[in-house]
Design a protein around this ligand. Structure first.
Ligand code: ADP
Ligand code: DP6
Ligand code: CO
Length: 358
């Protein structure tokens, strides 16, 4: 440890958090693997950071020999192309900034290596968008360390496609873009969180296990083998993007909910249409789907919607006034069973309000 008077290396360390986002119009399939350019636009809701979030610390120091990263306490391979893309692009912006800025700009970090430490407070790779919160947080924190500002969703996108949408709060679209270089494939806020304060999100955790097929490789196989996916991207999603944006603008819950459920179901249908097929939903997921439809049918009105990403865990949308009754029903149908002091069955219910801006 350093004694007073010893020369201490100047260290720069910043910690930031980023929220998960859940797509209501799903992204599934790339037209360019390296730049991460999608075959369709998508639209999501960013969760509040109190619930599902990534916390990332980035330190720079003259004494660091290499860039390194630890994920949930375990060192990962920094040479992963997506990590390299994010580091390269942020440093490129930082050099640009340094070259344009006057002598007041502190560019010390640019000559240093970084150590990155990232922790998710929820299951990683279980279909709860850890790659979205993870890469959004990485890019945001790196930008702070290197003094970079401005549009960063294009860099987050190169870490994980869904990550570009976590750079904004509220309702966010990722416009697929047309350009070969991907410069117009960016996220954009559709409405802020404050637009629809009555909307509530519940996360029902059916399994915290790592999914057997990651999103990246799953969608690759789908692009190669599913004609349903091609049809969806070309002929279904463009219309749904317009309808969904309108439903959100009007705060039309029934329209929002029905589109959300249909899009989730079509996404999982493309997974089944993939060869060999990919199964992300399990029995609990199927029971949740039936329960939601039964609930809505009982009231003759669409009060609750489900959506599932690439995993069995349900994300439920409803309005504030229906929360107590719905949660009671979930606990009735999925009671926690105690076995040796451990909860082995039942769903953990998490209430997550929407997010402010990052
Ligand atoms: P998910 O449904 O959780 O997004 P994916 O298959 O899309 O699952 O991505 C999981 C991968 O995302 C992890 O294996 C890891 O490589 C990356 N990832 C997850 N969390 C972080 C994080 N906090 N920082 C950097 N990368 C992360
Ligand atoms: C089902 O963004 O995780 O959650 O771009 O390969 O990292 P990569 O994939 P990822 O895919 C997310 C797929 C999804 C739908 C969505 O979030 O839009
Ligand atoms: Co992901």
């Amino acid at each position: 440890s350093a004694m007073p008077g010893d020369s201490v290396d100047k260290e720069n360390m910043i910690t930031c958090t980023a929220p998960v986002n859940i797509a209501v119009i799903k992204y599934w399939g790339k037209r360019n693997e390296d730049l991460i350019l999608p075959i369709n636009s998508s639209l999501s809701v960013t969760l509040h950071q109190d619930q599902l979030k990534t916390t990332t610390t980035v330190a720079t120091s003259r004494s660091f020999q290499e860039d390194r990263i630890w994920l949930n306490g375990k060192e990962e391979d920094i040479s992963h192309p997506r990590l390299q893309s994010c580091l390269r692009e942020i440093r490129r912006l930082a050099r640009k900034r340094r070259n344009n800025a006057g002598p007041g700009f502190d560019a010390t970090a640019l000559s240093h290596k970084v150590h990155i430490c990232s922790i998710n407070n929820f299951p990683t790779a279980a279909g709860l968008a850890s790659s979205a919160a993870g890469f959004a947080c990485l890019v945001y924190t790196l930008a702070r360390v290197f003094g970079v500002e401005g549009e960063l969703s294009g860099i987050a996108r190169q870490g994980s496609g869904s990550a570009c949408r976590s750079m904004y709060g509220g309702f966010v679209q990722w416009i697929m873009g047309q350009q070969e270089d991907g410069k117009d494939s960016l996220a954009q806020q559709v409405e802020p969180e404050s637009h629809w304060p009555e909307l509530r999100i519940l996360v029902l955790v059916a399994s915290a296990e790592r999914k057997p097929v990651g999103s990246t490789s799953g969608m690759q196989t789908s692009v190669q083998t599913s004609s349903l996916l091609k049809h969806r991207a070309e002929s279904v999603v463009p219309g749904r993007m317009v309808e969904m944006t309108e439903a959100v603008r009007r705060k039309d819950f029934a329209a929002f909910a029905e589109l959300t459920m249909k899009d989730s179901n079509q996404f999982h249908a493309t997974c089944l249409d993939t060869y060999p097929p990919i199964f992300y939903l399990n029995n609990v997921s199927h029971r949740i789907i039936s329960m939601v439809h039964r609930y809505n049918r009982h009231y003759g009105e669409t009060r609750v919607a489900y959506t599932f990403d690439a995993g069995p865990n349900a994300v439920i949308f409803t309005l504030q006034q229906h929360i107590p009754e719905f949660v009671q029903m979930v606990q009735y149908f999925f009671p926690p069973e105690i076995n040796g002091g451990q909860f082995i069955k039942g769903l953990s219910v998490d209430q997550a309000p929407l997010s402010e801006e990052l």
